[in-house]
Ligand binder design. Structure first.
Ligand code: NAD
Length: 357
């Protein structure tokens, strides 16, 4: 079904409130999930709202938790998220890192024990809104690991995303928001393909023997589990490990090694570097050079029918279309949301009315 953006936001906020979230936090979470859908990242949008509600009801996600500073040492800030909403605690933690960057030119944030941070670009957006650059390494400990290392067949990593955000360098320009998982494919897309009886693209999966496959049943068929592959062979695999070390070990919430409990819900850890570009000297020269380079990239003649894009552009294109046309929510996703809502005491009739469907 197609649901208009504002209606979808109302559904998600109501569901979060029904599960025990106060109104302000419920709006922040709903806005963040909606933004992921609007930008085309459905794996990180509305389909998560049901799991969030169930995790609150199970006591795994603490909807009232706020960022707690464990340690501050110059520009270094260590924050415990108390298993609160990533969308709430992550933004609070970013504000602390941005304040440190304003003061000393750089803020180094280690965020641990936080429930799902969602789209990591959201935290890049926070930095960019403050005129800062940011770099984020994130690990995810969400049940058994799903991504195998290069040449491996058994999973060892989460889908561990990386984000690099650069504020617009030209007046009226757009920021660069580079934001992706280090797996070749989002795990949510494998699940969707399995439910639909479809294959996934080549190069994304191996079965439990390490043999390449396009069959999502190798992950969800009930037999011995295969693994997602990292993107870019040894390069993505290397970055996935760095996310574990920085986002899990240095930040202190734990990595995907067997000694870390993996039944705590959707748990992220994030190491973020926030940098004030004005502290490097000639801000105007930097901006002019960066703008010239982005323009140069964009003038490369397309090799096919699609235009050359830079980081963040595809998301802006998708957002404009979805604000206009609405957001497609598959029936299976809607049913999952209604089932979670029922657990939280929220009836299907109210969900349907809010969705306007
Ligand atoms: P993706 O593969 O769609 O890549 C997105 C990135 O590539 C964006 O920066 C985008 O602007 C850029 N891009 C897309 N098309 C482009 C083109 N034609 N030319 C140039 N650049 C282009 O992203 P993904 O790996 O599916 O990740 C989706 C989202 O999932 C991200 O927001 C990520 O943070 C999030 N995620 C979160 C977690 C978590 O644990 N919280 C885990 C994995 C992923």
């Amino acid at each position: 079904m197609l649901i208009r953006a504002e209606n979808l936001q109302a559904v998600m906020a109501r569901l979060m409130r029904a599960a025990g979230t106060e109104a302000g936090a419920a709006e922040i979470v709903a806005t963040d999930l909606l933004e992921a859908n609007l930008q085309g990242h459905d794996s990180h949008g509305v389909q998560l709202a049901g799991r969030y509600a169930l995790n609150i009801l199970a006591g795994k996600l603490k909807p009232g938790a706020n960022a707690q500073v464990v340690r501050q040492d110059g520009a270094i800030i260590v924050v415990d998220g108390g298993m609160g909403f990533g969308q709430v605690v992550g933004r609070q933690a970013m504000e602390l890192a941005i304040a440190a960057a304003r003061q000393s030119g750089v803020g180094l944030l280690a965020l641990r024990n936080v429930h799902h941070l969602g789209r990591i670009g959201a935290y890049g957006d926070c930095a960019v809104a403050a005129g800062m650059l940011s770099i984020h390494f994130v690990n995810a400990v969400t049940g058994p690991a799903v991504v195998a290392p290069f040449r491996g067949s058994q999973p060892r990593f989460g889908t561990n995303p990386i984000c690099i955000a650069i504020p617009a360098t030209a007046p009226g320009g757009a920021p660069l928001i580079l934001d992706f998982a280090t797996s070749a494919l989002a795990i949510g897309k494998v699940r969707v393909a399995h439910a639909a009886g479809k294959q996934v693209p080549e190069g994304a999966l191996v079965d439990h023997t390490g043999t390449p496959t396009t069959d999502p049943a190798s992950m969800y068929g009930g037999g011995p589990r295969g693994a997602l592959l990292p993107f870019g062979g040894h390069k993505g695999s290397g970055l996935a490990l760095i996310c574990e070390i920085l986002g899990g070990a240095l930040a202190g919430g734990g990595t995907n090694q067997p000694g870390t409990p993996n039944d705590r819900g959707i748990v992220n850890g994030m190491f973020a570097i926030v940098v004030d570009p004005a502290r490097f000297g000639d801000l105007e020269a930097y901006r002019a050079e960066a703008t010239a380079m982005v323009e140069h990239v964009k003038t490369s003649a397309p090799g096919g029918e699609q235009p050359v894009l830079v980081a963040g552009e595809q998301e802006r294109i998708t957002k404009a279309a979805r604000l206009r046309d609405g957001i497609y929510v598959p029936d299976a996703t809607w049913e999952e949301l209604c089932a979670a809502a029922a657990e939280a005491g929220l009836g299907r009739a109210e969900m349907t009315t809010l969705a306007g469907v």
